[in-house]
Design a protein around this ligand. Structure first.
Ligand SMILES: O=C(O)CCC(=O)C1=CC=C[C@@H](O)[C@@H]1C(=O)O
Ligand SMILES: [Mg+2]
Length: 370
């Protein structure tokens, strides 16, 4: 049997929750652009569409380069948040990590300061690529300096790195061997794909490097999100609510994978971050801090106060997202072109979920990067 078939069906699929029609989805939708204080994932502005259904507010924010098939999962997560609500939490607070983008080592202290007191885990981005492809020149030494600066500033914190598939197998093995003295909590997606991930993990073990390997893109980008666990390619998985189609689907993937999970953000606004906190609060086991502190990287948000960590933790939101503040919304609202761009993306993603897309695709596969 295909283990992925046991996951909760997507809205609009046989046996799945009802899929509202496009007009209903868009009735209260507001497109926003949030300026960022720290450049992340190659952008200074995070664009998102906020929707309001009978259950509450929801976010649909697939990255601009994502096509309809991949975006359809993000729409499924929004339908769950706004038209169904989230499952009950088993804990009241969720520990979170600070996220340090690929900044110069001298700027690390300033980034960490944005997360406030009490941060016990830090994720450091490494292996940054130029927009046209290829590692940024000097990235290896810049990565080592950035990670070591974090360790210097926070000697007791759990430090993890995320390469977003940016290294070759040889580069990953060399860098993770070099970083042994830092005592990394884990290395997230050092190389692309499941087979390469398994190779890095095996080669590190052969060298006596015990750094655990976490799978991120190999879970959210593969047609079968469970394949990574079946291939014994990772020690833990990173799960994100929007790319995996909602809190219930992500929780089912964690359960079926049988691996510990770290819940991370998709650089969502505070509305979407609350969904990540709902998933993290719902999982029976949560041994690692979650990557849900990214609202701290925004210069403006839509919820007051924003869903940012305090004392190293986020509160569990309960069954629905916090409502945006109307004044804040007005300040970051897109113009009519922006609203139309999002409406088209909702239509295209909706057609995939409804099975009416021109090429007949229905919610499978991935068609973007990172
Ligand atoms: O996990 C974190 O600490 C922050 C979230 C994060 O790193 C990401 C958010 C959005 C897109 C991804 O490129 C990236 C990730 O790879 O985990
Ligand atoms: Mg990642």
């Amino acid at each position: 049997m295909d283990p992925a078939a046991a996951l909760p069906p997507l809205p609009g699929s046989p046996g799945g929750p009802a899929l509202p029609d496009v007009e209903e989805l868009l009735e209260h939708a507001v497109a926003v652009s949030l300026p960022m204080s720290v450049r992340f994932r190659g952008t200074d502005v995070r664009r998102a569409l906020l929707l309001r259904g009978p259950a509450g507010w929801a976010e649909f924010s697939p990255f601009p380069e994502y096509g309809p098939v991949e975006a359809s999962r993000w729409l499924a997560a929004a339908v769950e948040a706004g038209w169904q609500g989230w499952p009950a939490p088993v804990r009241e607070a969720v520990p979170v990590n600070a996220t340090v983008p690929a900044v110069a080592a001298d700027d690390v202290e300033g980034v960490l300061a944005r997360y406030g007191e009490g941060i016990a885990a830090v994720k450091v981005k490494v292996a940054e690529h130029r927009p046209g492809g290829g590692l940024v020149p000097g990235s290896h030494s810049a990565d080592l300096a950035r990670v070591r600066r974090v360790r210097e500033l926070l000697p007791d914190a759990a430090v993890r790195v995320d390469a977003n598939c940016g290294w070759t197998v040889a580069q990953a093995v060399a860098m993770l061997t070099e970083l042994q003295d830092v005592g990394l909590e884990y290395a997230e997606q050092p190389v692309p794909g499941i087979r390469m991930l398994a190779r890095v993990r095996r080669m590190l073990r052969e060298r006596g490097v015990a750094t655990p390997i976490a799978a991120d893109e190999a879970v959210r980008k593969e047609t079968d999100p469970l394949a990574v666990a079946q291939a014994d390619a990772a020690d833990l998985i990173v799960v994100k609510v929007q790319p995996l189609g909602g809190v219930r689907r992500a929780a089912a993937i964690v359960e079926a994978a049988g691996l510990d999970a770290v819940v991370s953000s998709a650089l969502d606004t505070s509305v979407g971050i609350a969904g990540g906190a709902a998933l993290a609060a719902h999982l029976p086991r949560l041994p690692h801090a979650c990557g849900l502190g990214t609202a701290a990287l925004f210069a403006a948000d839509v919820v007051s106060p924003p869903w940012r960590p305090r004392g190293g933790a986020l509160p569990a939101p309960g069954g629905v997202a916090p409502a945006p503040d109307p004044d804040l919304l007005r300040r970051v609202r897109d113009d009519a072109d922006g609203q139309r761009w999002w409406a088209e993306r909702v239509r295209a993603a909706h057609a995939v979920l409804a099975g009416t897309a021109p090429d007949g695709t229905r919610g499978a596969g991935a068609d973007g990067v990172q």
